[in-house]
Design a protein. Structure first.
Lengths: 214, 1133
């Protein structure tokens, strides 16, 4: 059995880590692919570190475990660094150039230091200036939409941007906000320029009827 | 339509485990849902809260779990189906009623969801409720994934009704918070209308009924076991015998199935979803089929031990592996890789697990109170008032985060509502006031009985109830104060609280004042702090612009601008004291001047708030650092300073100024050791930091560009530790020659050494100290104090050559020839002026200084001192101490205008010195020795001709005397010094500017020899300025003409005093109390109170050390505007 593909979202509480992971999970689910989205929260609204994992093509497991991930979607640089040990040469790190210094007075690494660390570990590192793009789209809160847009173009996910957009819309009849739509598009535009080196993610032949399409 | 309400049976939705439970309950037609929010179970209640109207379900967030369980039980007695949701700990709270429910049993299905937290992700423990379930007699289901959670929920209702028992659905965090596909099932047929049917033998478990019910419980559990066996939740896979068998239960079943299929291992596997009653027969069969069984379960070896009991009962000898023998890890969640590795080891397969990379070092990001949380102020204020020595007991909620830095307001945490009784217990046994924090929801959950108890016992506690109108931590569920008038203060008053204050969290000063009042009360105090959760309105209001920091006020200190930083990072405790003072004294005149008036008044530029604040904070070491950085002779200062600081204190009359000098004396007498280190300070967790100043800001690059004035002082002070002073290696005859070892010479030499210059002091006398040594009376300055200060100056590397007299042993030229690059003349004014009146040559007429330097026999004599200055007063008092029969002062001024310090005059008068104001000696009478003095009355004066001409009457008084002292002034003793005329003024003083520069570039002069008689502090300050000038001169290579004068000018003294209080120095308690009176005026260049005290996540310390506001995190709550002690933060534009 092919092991599930693991996409790790890392960020700071309030950045929309959990909703980004959920949207990706919904996109997989509506594409008929088995999926499990593991989100450990509780402190997420208190500005703490938040991670969520999407296991696409999940077999039985719910727990993402600690093995290297296929894709790290880092919404913030220090949180990307915290997750960097989950990267190996088969991993793609898709990171937002946004550094939110933790409160207090500890040494905060420079963005370039973080990126160098990620480059040393991941096969491919793709930077996205997500905060600027989100601002351009109309709200800093749309950073997660930017990153989903970038992710949608990153590699051969078993579903395309349309499925992700549909999941963002949240169901038939619902409207996607203009800000999020723009943010997604800007993210998708930004990614290919940097994303050429990314390896393609080979997913298990997941459409094999294990799950039912909506 | 909400997707959980879909009637499309068979449709698959991606649902959280908690949502799957909701769907299961909907399919079972649940009628009443209640519970108390608690991660990881909160979404169950939240979803019903959202949907209950549409569903027609009776829903409530109950006040606590016990109430919820009892409410549901009541409904279940009528046949209604009920669901109660809580986290694992909530089950303990409801365990009392729950323990009897299995005896009475229920009629309608009653399902209790209790979510465990393996790994303690959001809980203080990871208690395994399976033991509780077995103890109470609750059938228990343990789902492995969301789909199973839905099916088990539906089944649990059926099981509960069939065996008349409440059923526990024990979830774990992983299942609760994973989204996975769930197949929607059909909603069951409508249920009969609930009615209550009397059955006292069942519902009244009085002892006579209880015995029968006890037996009935066993029959119910037997029935439950049978139903579970047929439920399909316990599954035996791969029947038949094999060497290895596996028993897996709960959530790890996923990882076991996954690992076995990846390993291609086909072994007997018993999966258990119904953990109580356990499937005894299936377990026995697994034992019979295997030689060795591995038990995989989370938290405790619950089923492992059960399996051993089954083996024992069945007489089966099978090796049972698991947590007991280390085959599986004991605590925490089982990660799939761990399960796989342990399974492979058990099965004898090669270990394929990859080496895990260690996490990289990344700055910690602990959860913090949200930006804009109103209760950041509550912790800021509480810690400012109660300080770090108070014990804080915290409780369960967002405010637990107050225990994190920077507030550290949480020493103990236990369970819901525990803070009050724990605080009371600590207070009763220590006798100290303890602070208990509790939130609104927790207060009603279980704080009320605790408050009643504490009030009845008058416990010495301060109860801080933070009312944010919501149960915030678990996701903004309503609390008993949501959307209505808060009843907390009313409850506290009704319970009999003697003091209940209600304060708005947004009013920081009022909050601090309320806590101050609570601190000083001697009965239990309740402070209700109202501030609605910032998340409640965060999304509804348009974002306001973030506040702006005014760089001219933030991190700015006028002292630093003058290069006179205290050199100290202010301690958190000092910053807290500042916060409390600002709240207590919000008067506009205290609006944070850049320099406190007392520091500005101090000739030496000592930062008074820095050390007074440190004394108030109980940190004498830090205080001494601030004092000794500026004062070369700190003990001398504490005895002799004229105290302009106190004169300038904003606590002016009718209030009493802060006794700054007494505090300095407390420090030097109680804590200053000979080597300038602090002794006898209370132990501290963090030793005071060494002086540190951002050298880039305060110190120009010496050598590159000529600099002048005070700059660089502090950076040099900090460099002392790391770099030996230049004089350490240079020959003694280079550097600076200082002539005169009085206070000016000592202060200048020490300053030069601290700036890396070599300094050698020459003095004609054998002992250093100058006038301090030979003219100031012992009672004003004990010589031991002087010698201690002198020794520590010399210990810093100042050379002292005694017995060397200028003009006799050395000259300016000879010093130059010896290689001294600069010479400082600190000669003092040591020659007393005489009076040209008849009889001045009689025996018994003496100059005051000569007598003070070597007091002769004076027993029984009648003494008159001519003069009204400090020396005159000193002399009169010395004369009385020496046994004089009488001592009087005659001086021309009115009494209130005497030159001497008023307090010394008052003391002299108290000692018996007679004052004769408005008199001038006209003649001294006698043959050989003086016998009388003729005094004229002064009737006026006019200025002119460089002096004062007193208009006087003819002599009207004759006083019989045996001794007359002249104390009418001093002058420089210039004879024999061989000084060139251009260095001397026409009136006989040395000619120098206020920085000591003379007509000769390499010769400097400072102290009384230039300024005329002044105070010891002024003389030292003058000398320090001269040292700066010399340093600047030497930095320019010793041949560039000095630049223009620096801005710092000597301030004319306004004499308040000529010495500190006599008697014993203050003790530490009295010192702290006095220091606490200080308003700690002024802005602080090292202040970081917004970062260190307020702890807002939207404020960070930039690379330059200054705070900056992170616009995207800030929600413009304005807390920092109020909290900034420098009033540097203002509303955004």
């Amino acid at each position: 059995m092919t092991p599930p593909r693991c996409i790790l979202f890392a960020g700071v509480g309030g950045q929309g880590v959990l909703s980004a992971a959920r949207i990706l999970g919904e996109a997989a689910h509506h594409s008929g692919i088995a999926v499990a989205v593991s989100q450990l929260h509780g402190m997420s609204q208190r500005g703490g570190a938040v991670q969520a994992t999407v296991l696409i093509g999940a077999s039985e497991r719910l727990h993402p475990g600690g093995a290297p991930v296929d894709v790290l979607v880092g919404l913030e640089l220090i949180e990307s660094l915290r997750a960097a040990h989950r990267l190996d040469k088969g991993s793609v790190a898709l990171v937002s150039r946004w550094l939110l210094p933790p409160r207090g007075f500890g040494g905060v690494p420079a963005p370039e230091q973080v990126l160098a660390e990620l480059r040393a570990r991941a096969g491919t590192v793709i930077e996205v200036d997500a905060p600027s793009l989100a601002d351009r789209a109309g709200s800093r809160a749309a950073v997660n939409s930017v990153m989903l847009g970038a992710l949608s173009r990153l590699a051969s996910l078993p579903f395309g941007p349309d499925e992700i957009l549909a999941a963002m819309r949240g169901g038939a009849g619902a409207e996607l906000s203009e800000v999020n739509r723009r943010a997604f598009a800007l993210g998708a535009q930004a990614a290919p320029e940097a994303g050429d080196r990314s390896r393609s993610i080979a997913l298990p032949s997941a459409r094999a009827g294990k799950t039912r399409s909506p | 339509m909400h997707r959980l309400l879909s009637e499309e049976t068979g449709r698959r939705e991606l649902l959280l485990g908690n949502e799957a439970v909701v769907r299961g309950a909907i399919e079972a037609r649940v009628r009443l849902v209640c519970g108390y929010p608690g991660t990881p179970a909160s979404e169950i209640g939240d979803t019903f809260h959202e949907l209950h109207r549409e569903l027609g379900v009776d829903f409530e967030y109950s006040v606590n779990e016990k109430v919820a369980l009892e409410l549901a039980f009541g409904a279940a007695l009528t046949g209604a189906r009920c669901l109660v949701a809580m986290k694992h700990l909530g089950l303990n709270y409801g365990a009392d009623p729950l323990s009897t429910m299995p005896y009475t049993g229920v009629v309608g299905g009653m399902v209790i969801v209790s979510a465990a937290d393996p790994g303690c992700l959001t809980s203080p423990n990871e208690q395994d409720q399976r033991y509780l379930a077995r103890m109470l007699g609750l059938p228990t289901l343990d789902p492995a994934n969301p789909e199973e959670a839905r099916r088990m929920t539906v089944f649990a209702f059926e099981l509960s009704e069939a065996c008349e028992l409440p059923v526990l659905l024990r979830m774990t965090t992983r299942v609760c918070h994973t989204r996975a596909p769930v197949e929607l099932g059909a909603v069951c047929t409508p249920r009969p209308k609930p009615t209550f049917r009397r059955d006292p033998a069942r519902f009244l478990p009085t002892p006579n009924h209880a015995r029968e019910l006890r037996e009935r419980l066993e029959r119910r559990l037997e029935k439950a076991a049978a139903m579970l066996a047929g439920s399909g939740f316990d599954r035996r896979l791969r029947p038949g015998r094999a060497r290895h068998g596996i028993l897996a239960a709960g959530c790890p079943r996923n990882a076991v199935r996954d690992s076995l299929s990846r390993a291609g291992a086909d072994v007997p596997l018993l999966e258990i979803g119904g953990v109580h009653p356990f499937p005894e027969e299936a377990m026995a069969q697994l034992l019979r089929d295997s030689e060795e069984v591995l038990v995989v379960e989370e938290l405790s070896p619950f089923l492992e031990d059960t399996l051993r009991a089954v083996a024992n009962q069945q007489g089966l000898r099978v090796a049972i592996r698991g947590k007991r023998d280390g085959a599986m890890p004991l605590p925490f969640e089982l990660e799939p890789e761990v399960v796989e590795a342990r399974l492979r080891r058990f099965l004898g397969l090669a270990d394929e697990s990859a080496n895990r990379a260690e996490p990289l070092e990344a700055p910690e990001r602990p959860p913090v109170l949200c930006p804009g949380c109103p209760h950041r102020n509550t912790f800021h204020a509480a810690t400012a008032v109660f300080g770090e020595r108070t014990v804080y007991v915290n409780d369960i909620g967002c405010y637990t985060l107050g225990a994190n830095p920077p507030h550290g307001a949480g020493d103990v945490l236990l369970a819901m509502g525990s803070s009050l009784p724990i605080a009371a217990g600590i207070a009763r046994s220590t006798g100290e006031r303890v602070v208990a924090f509790i939130g609104d929801s927790t207060f009603f959950h279980s704080g009320m009985p605790a408050l009643l108890d504490a009030l009845d016992r008058r416990d010495d506690i301060v109860v801080v109830v933070m009312d944010n109108r919501v149960t915030a931590m678990t996701g903004l569920q309503p609390s008993p104060t949501s959307g209505r008038e808060s009843r907390i203060a009313g409850v506290a008053r009704a319970l009999g609280a003697p003091s209940v204050e209600v304060v708005k969290a947004s009013e920081l000063p009022e909050l601090i004042r309320a806590f101050s009042r609570a601190r000083s009360a001697n009965h239990p105090c309740v402070v209700v702090v109202e501030g609605p959760c910032a998340l409640l309105h965060a999304r509804s209001e348009p974002p306001a612009p973030p506040p702006r920091i005014d760089p001219t006020r933030c991190h700015t200190c006028g002292m630093i601008e003058a290069g006179l930083s205290c050199g100290l990072e202010p301690s958190v405790e000092v910053q807290r004291r500042v916060a409390e003072q600002r709240a207590a004294h919000p008067a506009p005149e205290l609006a944070a001047p850049s320099i406190s008036p007392c520091s500005l008044a101090c000739p030496l530029g000592i930062c008074v708030p820095a050390y007074v604040g440190a004394v108030a904070a109980g940190d004498p070491g830090r205080a001494l650092q601030a004092v000794t950085l500026r004062a070369a002779l700190p003990s001398v200062c504490s005895h002799l300073c004229h105290r302009p600081c106190e004169d300038s204190c904003v606590r002016a009359p009718p209030d009493r100024p802060v006794a700054v000098n007494a505090l300095k004396r407390y420090l030097t007498e109680r804590h200053l050791s000979a080597d300038r280190t602090c002794v006898g300070a209370p132990p501290r967790e963090n030793p005071p930091a060494t002086p540190r100043v951002d050298s880039a800001r305060t110190s120009p690059q010496k050598g590159d560009e000529p600099s002048f004035g005070p700059h660089g002082t502090t950076s040099d002070a900090s460099s002392r530790a790391g770099r030996p002073a230049r004089n350490g290696s240079s020959p003694a005859s280079t550097g600076v020659a200082v002539i005169g070892a009085g206070p000016a010479g000592l202060a200048a030499a020490r300053e030069l050494v601290r700036r890396g210059r070599a300094a050698t002091i020459f003095d004609a006398r054998q002992a250093a100290g100058g006038m301090l040594e030979h003219a100031v009376p012992e009672y004003r300055l004990p010589r031991e104090v002087l010698r201690r200060d002198v020794a520590s100056v010399l210990a810093e590397g100042v050379r002292f050559e005694p017995g060397v007299c200028l003009g006799r042993d050395v000259t300016l030229e000879s010093l130059r020839r010896k290689g001294f690059q600069a010479i400082l003349l600190a000669l003092g004014a040591q020659r007393a002026l005489g009076l040209s009146i008849p009889g001045a040559g009689l025996a018994g007429v003496q100059d005051a200084l000569a007598f003070l330097s070597a007091p002769g026999r004076i027993l029984g004599e009648h003494v008159v001192v001519l003069g009204g200055g400090d020396v005159a007063v000193d002399l009169a008092r010395v004369a009385l101490r020496g046994g004089a029969a009488s001592a009087a002062l005659a001086f021309p001024e009115p009494e209130g205008e005497m030159a001497a310090a008023p307090d010394a005059v008052a003391q002299a008068r108290a000692e018996g010195v007679r004052l004769l104001p408005g008199r001038i000696a006209a003649a001294l009478e006698g043959t050989d020795a003086v016998r009388a003095v003729a005094l004229s009355r002064v009737i006026g004066f006019e200025r002119g001709g460089g002096g004062v001409h007193w208009q006087r009457l003819e002599p009207a008084e004759r006083l019989a005397v045996t001794r007359i002292f002249f104390a009418v002034g001093q002058r420089l003793d210039i004879e024999g010094l061989q000084l060139p005329s251009e260095l001397v003024t026409s009136t006989g003083w040395l000619a120098a500017d206020e920085c000591g520069r003379t007509a000769w570039a390499d010769v400097f002069a400072a102290g009384d020899a230039v300024s005329g008689p002044s105070t010891v502090t002024q003389a030292m300050a003058f000398a320090v300025r001269a040292a700066w000038a010399i340093d600047a001169f030497l930095a320019q290579g010793g041949h560039v003409s000095p630049p223009s004068a620096p801005p710092l000018r000597p301030r004319p003294p306004r004499r308040v005093a000529n010495g500190g209080p006599r008697g014993e120095p203050l003790d530490s308690l009295a010192a702290a109390a006095e220091a606490s009176r200080c308003y700690l005026c002024g802005m602080c260049g090292n202040c970081r109170s917004c970062v260190e005290l307020l702890g807002c996540p939207a404020i960070a310390r930039g690379e330059d050390g200054r705070p900056r506001i992170i616009g995207e995190s800030c929600n413009a709550c304005g807390a920092c505007v109020q909290a900034c002690p420098s009033q540097a933060i203002g509303a955004g534009a």
